[in-house]
Design a protein around this ligand. Structure first.
Ligand code: NAI
Length: 270
């Protein structure tokens, strides 16, 4: 432990269960001396075990549907009040595609589902930032991070409409990041994480082969949820003050690999 976040206050979205990347991040932020409010959609609270995490980290939970501006306004107001000052860090760790859930192929989308998934997975990031921005709730040199996946840049057929949602999310990070940087000295980045065995991750069709392939391709192997939490802690800390508008690959090197020997070996006898 390095006390990297001592005295810093934040909001962490998306801890559903102990596999969640947000869960690991909350644990690591707590260990590094940060205080925060936990939030998730009201329905997820009933399904998940977020109360255990709150107890463990001495945090309060404020339910908010991240697609509801009203919920977000309430969340931000309460968070500032509970934490006793402006917000230094925010983790947006939210993703959901109704088409994926219902097993609709990319070429056979139900557009009501498409719109819902886009709102939850991408536009919610704009809503979170717009509420923070308008309420002047972020402290100077604060840091906002959202989690994304490389299907925003390259084709992964089973990632379905989440690929498009992630591309939109990353664009919001740049576009809003410009104004947040210029007007409030706040940085905004996305972390593009390796496939990770979580509830959202396992929703992707063929996830087991998907994760094994990425692991064999990456010189360092897949980055775990804990690795991602550590990287996010560094992005929340004062050590990364001038990093903004970036999509940061956190994937054991996968994104720059053409092919690895391990994958070539699998075709040796073909
Ligand atoms: P997870 O299933 O543990 O977390 C997703 C969270 O989104 C859940 O806590 C869920 O309740 C929340 N959520 C859904 N709808 C919501 C709404 N309307 N309002 C507020 N919260 C809502 O899964 P994971 O993997 O930890 O996902 C976190 C982020 O990481 C997501 O953005 C995901 O796309 C991203 N990611 C995941 C990867 C993976 O392979 N698991 C790889 C790269 C990025």
């Amino acid at each position: 432990m390095y006390n990297l976040l001592k005295g810093k206050r934040g909001i962490i979205f998306g801890a559903l269960d102990e596999n969640s990347i947000a869960w690991k991040t909350a644990e690591r932020v707590h260990e590094e001396g940060g205080t925060f409010v936990l939030t998730n959609a009201p329905i997820a609270m009933r399904m998940g075990t977020i109360k255990d995490l709150a107890e463990k980290t001495g945090s309060q939970i404020i339910p908010a549907d991240a697609t509801s501006v009203e919920d977000l306004e309430n969340l931000v107001e309460k968070a500032v009040e509970i934490l006793g000052g402006k917000i230094d860090f925010v983790l947006h760790s939210i993703g959901m595609s109704v088409n994926v859930r219902k097993g609709n192929h990319y070429t056979n989308q139900n557009y009501d589902f498409t719109q819902k998934g886009w709102d939850v997975s991408a536009v919610s990031f704009h809503k979170v930032m717009q509420v923070l921005y308008k309420k002047e709730a972020m402290a100077e040199w604060g840091s906002i991070v959202a989690l994304t996946y490389m299907a925003a840049q390259r084709v992964f057929p089973d990632y379905n409409d989440m690929a498009d949602n992630k591309a939109y999310l990353e664009s919001i990070a740049r576009s809003f990041g410009y104004f947040f940087g210029k007007d409030k000295k706040v940085r905004v980045n996305t972390i593009s994480q390796s496939p990770t065995p979580t509830t959202a991750g396992q929703g992707v069709k063929g996830f087991d082969s998907f994760i094994a392939y990425a692991d064999k391709m990456s010189p360092l192997g897949n980055a775990t949820a804990l690795d991602c939490a550590n990287y996010t802690v560094s992005m929340f800390s004062d050590l990364t003050r001038c990093v903004t508008l970036q999509n940061l690959y956190h994937d054991g090197g996968f994104s720059n690999i053409g092919v690895s020997q391990a994958v070539m070996d699998m075709f040796e006898n073909e």
